[in-house]
Design a protein around this ligand. Sequence first.
Ligand SMILES: Cc1cc2nc3c(=O)[nH]c(=O)nc-3n(C[C@H](O)[C@H](O)[C@H](O)COP(=O)(O)O)c2cc1C
Length: 157
Amino acid sequence: MSTLVLFDSNFGNTQKVAEAIAAELGNGATATPLAGLAKGALEGVDLLVVGSPINAWKPTPRTQEFLDGLGADTLRGVHAAAFDTRVRLFIHGDAAGKISHALGKAGARIVARPRGFIVEGREGPLAAGEVEGATAWARAIAVAARGAGPRAPGVTD
Ligand SMILES: Cc1cc2nc3c(=O)[nH]c(=O)nc-3n(C[C@H](O)[C@H](O)[C@H](O)COP(=O)(O)O)c2cc1C
């Protein structure tokens, strides 16, 4: 299964999560920055994970630009999942859910619930246990992507 983990990151925390996910997914999966993403990078990809920091309650502008560039059905046949990094705020907004929704809209089969990983302050570091949490989330993605069902159990968006 050809796997790509795309991320945007201002201070390196989302990159760390992306790298932990890519390492767990294996199969030569690489954590690849959205900045300077090569045209055609999605060609042949079967499993796509996209992560972004929450900036002003939503994905970063670069992440949004990537999502806006996905045409209808461009991700048909692709398994996908989305995550974000966020601070501990009562109202922290959401990026993972918005990314997941956009990936689904582009035709991807969403195989995991969108997941937020906590950072301790704007520049991080990641909260204790979040790298391990990323590894566990990735393991669940791998299992779901291998499964034959049209969607992972309980995943609705
Ligand atoms: C301009 C800006 C806006 C932000 N807005 C939010 C926000 O709305 N909600 C939130 O939980 N975190 C917010 N943050 C904190 C980021 O989520 C945090 O910087 C990010 O998760 C760190 O990941 P990174 O190191 O990959 O950039 C904001 C950070 C910046 C710099």
